[in-house]
Design a protein around this ligand. Structure first.
Ligand SMILES: *Cc1c(COP(=O)(O)O)cnc(C)c1O
Length: 359
């Protein structure tokens, strides 16, 4: 069978070895006689899976002991509310950086709980770049500064970490673990799993422990980080199967050589695709070169009338889910950790051939 490559933005491709291992362990995990889906989250088998995944993640991302790792549900979208509910801590305002659609959603939700100061925005150029920190207007009274490290829809990524006096909060849903991570620069990091970590259903939160324990009055129990931290993410039933698969992904990342090795591969893939995009005027990427995402590569065809044909033929060639987000049109190739270099090479070869046929 022809090799298929899946460029979906999320839920997205998973490492083949991970899916094969999950298949092999589906009916009987480690001679327990049970599928992971059938295990009590408080039994010794699942407790060992959860402990292993946490220690693998701590090792991979070098996460200090004063940071709690929480395995939650509700998606990154739930964090848009959970962050202000927990991190305002008596203050009434927070700084947000607006670099695109996910930032905007975070801002909208936070506005329900505090006065949001949009300290910088790239709306003036249709969200195609990251505003320099020298242009930010941070509010000295802000409880925290929130930004989106990678705009999954716009394909804009921070390749630097902002410097702030108050806790820095990052939505890393679509680029977490794509490169080394200096957790100590952050107060809180969150990510929905279904882009670069695992299946949908799991939401990862990494939070410095001194920020816990002061939720806004009226905060629902399940939206209080402290409750989850005190109960090892087992206050209620966690998303056990999604955690298991994500744990297999962490083990796979360690086997690849960790985050520095992944970054090298991700740079290779990004250079391959952007290098070609910049060499032709048949295709176009709107994002400023310095801020281009290594994970999500949006591009358009010079002649949008060919979009349908392009999508049909990529599909026929085993290159799946390249259609751009409904709000921006064109194409988007998501090339997360689990996308091999060979997948990007095959896409670029197809794009060249398609361009020469339609020149
Ligand atoms: C996908 C995504 C979200 C939303 O995730 P859900 O799990 O659907 O809530 C938020 N932020 C970013 C950057 C994303 O890519």
């Amino acid at each position: 069978m022809e090799q298929i490559y899946n460029f979906s933005a999320g839920p997205a491709v998973l490492p083949r070895e991970v899916l094969q291992q999950a298949r092999d362990e589906m009916l009987d995990w480690h001679s327990s006689g049970m599928s992971v889906m059938e295990m009590s989250h408080r039994g010794k088998e699942f407790m060992s899976i959860a402990a292993q995944m946490e220690s693998d993640l701590r090792e991979l991302a070098n996460i200090p002991q004063n940071y709690k790792i929480l395995f939650l549900q509700g998606g990154a979208s739930s964090q848009f509310a959970m962050v202000p509910l927990n991190l305002l801590r008596g203050k009434t305002t927070a700084d947000y950086i607006n670099t695109g659609q996910w930032s905007a959603k975070a801002i909208e939700e936070a506005s329900r709980y505090c006065a949001v100061n949009v300290a910088a925005s790239s709306q003036d150029k249709n969200f195609t770049y990251v505003p320099l920190q020298t242009e930010w207007r941070l509010n000295p009274h802000a409880a925290y500064v929130h930004y989106t490290t990678n705009e999954t829809i716009g394909g804009v990524e921070f390749h630097w970490i902002p410097q702030t006096d108050v806790p820095l909060v990052a939505d890393m849903s679509s680029d977490i673990l794509s490169r080394p991570l200096d957790v100590t620069r952050y107060g809180l990091i969150y990510a929905g799993a279904q882009k670069n970590l695992g299946p949908a259903g799991l939401t990862l939160v990494i939070v410095r422990d001194d920020l816990l324990g002061k939720p806004l009055s009226g905060t629902p129990t399940l939206y209080d980080y402290q409750i989850h931290a005190q109960n090892d993410s087992m206050y209620n039933t966690p998303p056990t199967y999604a955690m298991y698969i994500t744990g297999l992904v962490f083990a796979w990342l360690k086997k690849q050589g960790g985050l520095a090795a992944m970054e090298k591969i991700n740079i290779t893939k990004a250079e391959l695709l952007y290098g070609y995009l910049d060499s032709t005027d048949f295709y176009h990427c709107p994002v400023a070169k310095a801020d281009r995402s290594r994970m999500n590569v949006p591009f358009t065809l010079k002649d949008a009338a060919l979009d349908g044909e392009f999508l049909k033929q990529t599909q026929q060639n085993g290159l799946l889910q390249l259609k751009g987000h409904r709000s921006v049109g064109g194409m988007r190739a998501s090339i997360y950790n689990a996308m091999p270099v060979a997948g990007v090479a095959k896409l670029v070869a197809f794009m060249k051939e398609f361009a020469s046929r339609h020149a």
